[in-house]
Write a protein that binds this ligand. Structure first.
Ligand code: ZN
Ligand code: ZN
Ligand code: FE
Length: 754
């Protein structure tokens, strides 16, 4: 019997070759009708015999293109139309509420790579080759639905050959929005540091390669922003980059020409290989082998951030060079990455010797993502290219904007049961950082046509994001930092209360006005309460202590010994010491903290690993590195003291003083570092067992430490508990925005609006 079905399809169906796939399938099955992109996904009308239509739906779901995903498929039976014989692809309908998913940027596919290297192909060596399965998406989209006039490719008029491919439903570039070729698409240019054009097209590429061979620093306009490139084997060149970027120690990422090259330099597991080769192609932290990477790339660390070329431009460059290059974000320290070549000239002018640019505008900065594999799964550390803005499903989430935290910031939107989390926006301390935050919120509100009813931000009064939330004109909900950490991980895993959350990080504003960061939070249906925490200790100099582990150590020792503390292992002048001790004694500018991150700092300073940091998390990284390869079950002593709250309930305080005292007397630094980790894992587990909950949530930046994360998971499982930790969303402050949305959902459910 002849029928006509109208199918509404939701999910990832735009920019992934979904419509041509539908077309081919319909033609093969002899169906009439059409398919169209809609604001909320795609709509298909198909007409034919009912058994053919059944077969159509089955195969539609079973044979989806590589990056497509169907979340929702609604069928409506409509009257058959007598005039329709053929199947057609219609242009987008612009109306309706926008809920279609924006796709992340995708690494170049194998078909395009083959053409790139084929001397007989018209796109041979063309650095902007792409197709429906690969290329820029999020970084070129200016409006939805995803169509060429709504991307930064709109300025490029397609040539006849590209137009023919674009219009042919059987071509693999059918409706590939960024379609381009050497005749009609973007082109490379090479500029000197003054912005003078030195070369164009292939010559530009060749001269840039020569510059890298000679040890120069090249600023490359990539997919989501600028990168700074330098020969990764050339220690002097890498040091020059560090000097000019004012980045003395923070590890740099390295891009290898091929997987073979990468595997010669690092150990790679199957999971890590899958991640490197995925269409997201993130930077993956891998264990280094003996290799020829310059020592100043990742000084003193067993791991290297490694990745593979992901745009045709990177492939061309690395194919020719044949050696690994440092590829680090092209930004001024503390600011977002540059996306515009003119802006880059001024921001990177003092850093790069030469600029390899192109004329395809970048709609927004999208950094390279960073991930690691731990406990047999991915742990995202910086979520941007290839992942953002894929949403997390969260029932009840709607019409809320979350402004996130201050460091490693992301923002998030709740819209119809989904939380869209922005790419890593970076540090909010700079004016440029908070401007990016504001711009991202404005852009997303427009892109998705959102009408937020509530803003959520951190409890910290001085975060720039708190002030942005206050200026939004919306009712503001303030969420305690560590509650947000725990709720983020619960949201990612779709977990319901009750659970015991562990939030360990560097700094977060506590509900009592002190600095928290070593927290166990009891999450029930109705409340989040502080169940346990480290004994607070003073941080002489306040914020300064975050960059001076020696100050954290001084504060911890003062908490143990008072005025007569043993200070011989710390690097202070007599006058510095006297000044800080008198400040500690009078309680001036010495705020209290229960932070595990600061305890890591204290331990690292006491062990002589580091006195002053140049980047956040450096001390913890060195402490983890010091413990590398040390196998021991030994740990230091600790005690747990019950404390009565003002309302008569009990919480626990962890007395770490015995541990720090013993660690300070340990002659073997590597053993001490391992025992320190073991002690923290034991503390975490002992308290978890007292919580009375089976679900244990591990959250906060401290769990970027692989030894701590893997040890905690193992110990909790051995104790019969079920640990959960951040995987797709970072455990650090990049996850705070998601947690803030989750807090807003909880708030709403407890106080339903009438
Ligand atoms: Zn492709
Ligand atoms: Zn063309
Ligand atoms: Fe945090």
């Amino acid at each position: 019997m002849l029928e006509r079905w109208r199918l509404s399809v939701g999910g990832q169906v735009q920019g992934v070759g979904f419509r041509p796939f539908v077309y081919r399938l319909a033609v093969e099955l002899g169906l009439a009708g059409w398919v169209i992109n809609a604001a909320n996904g795609a709509v298909i009308e198909a007409q034919g015999e009912s058994d053919q239509l059944e077969r159509f739906i089955r195969r539609l779901c079973a044979e989806l293109p590589l990056h497509a995903r169907i979340d929702r498929l609604d069928r409506q039976i409509v009257p058959p139309q007598t005039d329709s014989q053929a199947f057609a692809i219609h242009d987008s309908d612009g109306g309706g509420a926008i809920t279609a998913l924006m796709l992340p940027d995708l690494a170049v596919c194998s078909d395009c790579l083959r053409e790139l290297r084929d001397p007989n192909d018209r796109r041979h060596c063309y650095p902007f080759i792409n197709c429906t399965h690969c290329g820029a998406r999020y970084s070129i989209i200016e409006a939805l639905p995803y169509d060429r006039p709504k991307t930064t490719m709109r300025a490029f008029e397609m040539c006849a050959a590209c137009r023919a491919e674009y219009d042919n439903p059987l071509d693999r570039r059918f409706h590939a929005q960024p379609i381009a070729c050497p005749d009609c698409g973007p082109q490379l240019a090479l500029w000197d540091a003054a912005g003078q054009m030195l070369a164009q097209r292939d010559d530009a590429l060749r001269m840039a390669e020569e510059a890298i061979r000679q040890g120069m620093i090249v600023a490359l306009k990539g997919m989501g922003g600028f990168q700074l490139l330098v020969d990764a084997r050339d220690d002097a060149a890498v040091k020059r980059l560090r000097d000019r970027k004012h980045r003395p120690d923070k590890p740099l990422a390295v891009m290898f020409p091929t997987l073979d090259d990468l595997e010669r330099a690092c150990e790679v597991s199957q999971l890590e290989r899958d991640l490197l080769l995925s269409s997201a192609a993130p930077i993956v932290l891998l264990r280094q082998k003996l290799n020829n990477i310059a020592p100043s790339v990742a000084p003193g660390l067993p791991y290297l951030g490694a990745f593979l070329p992901y745009t045709p431009l990177h492939h061309l460059l690395l194919d020719d060079l044949g050696f690994p290059v440092v590829a680090t974000s092209g930004n001024r320290s503390g600011e977002p990455i540059c996306i515009d070549e003119r802006e880059a000239l001024s921001a990177l002018g003092g850093i790069a010797d030469i600029f390899l640019v192109h004329d395809r505008p970048i709609a927004r900065p999208v950094d390279d993502s960073v991930a690691m594999v731990a406990v047999d799964g991915m742990v995202m550390l910086r979520r941007a290219r290839g992942y953002a803005p894929e949403p997390v499903e969260l029932a009840g989430a709607d019409s809320v904007i979350a402004f996130g935290a201050q460091q490693k910031n992301t923002v998030a939107f709740a819209h119809r049961g989904r939380v869209f989390i922005s790419q890593h926006l970076g540090e909010m301390d700079s004016a440029a950082g908070s401007a990016l935050c504001r711009r991202t919120i404005a852009e997303w509100t427009r892109l998705y046509d959102l009408h937020p009813e509530q803003a959520v931000c951190d409890l910290h009064p001085d975060y720039r994001t708190t002030r942005l939330a206050e200026a939004s004109g919306l009712p503001v909900l303030r969420v305690q930092h560590h509650s947000a950490h725990v709720l983020a991980v619960m949201a990612e895993h779709g977990l319901s209360a009750p659970a015991l959350g562990i939030a360990w990080d560097g700094t977060g504003y506590g509900a009592d006005g002190t600095i928290w960061g070593g927290e166990w939070l009891h999450v029930t249906e109705t409340a989040v309460t502080r169940f346990a925490h480290l004994r607070p200790f003073p941080l002489p100099g306040g914020d300064k202590a975050a960059y001076e582990p020696r100050r954290c150590a001084l504060g911890a020792l003062y908490a143990i010994y008072g005025h007569n503390l043993p200070i011989d292992r710390l690097d202070f002048t007599t006058s510095e010491r006297d000044l800080l001790l008198s400040a500690l004694e009078r309680g001036i500018n010495a705020p209290l903290t229960s932070s595990v991150g600061r305890l890591f700092d204290a331990a690292a300073a006491l062990l002589g690993l580091i006195q002053r940091c140049t980047f956040e998390g450096q001390a913890a990284m060195l402490l983890e590195a010091a413990a590398d390869g040390v196998e021991t079950e030994e740990r230091y002593p600790f005690r747990v003291t019950p404390v009565t709250n003002s309302n008569g309930t009990t919480r626990y305080m962890i007395e770490w003083t015995d541990m720090i005292a013993a660690l300070g007397a340990e002659p073997d630094v590597r053993l001490a570092a391992a025992k320190f980790h073991n002690t923290l894992i034991a503390i975490l587990t002992v308290i978890a067992q007292r919580g009375g909950e089976r679900k244990i949530i591990l959250s906060g930046g401290c769990f970027q430490n692989r030894r701590l994360l893997e040890g905690a998971v193992k110990a909790l499982r051995a104790a019969g508990l079920t640990p959960y930790w951040a995987s797709r969303i970072p455990p650090n402050d990049g996850g705070i925005a998601l947690g803030q949305i989750a807090a807003a959902v909880r708030e709403r459910e407890r106080m339903p609006c009438v």
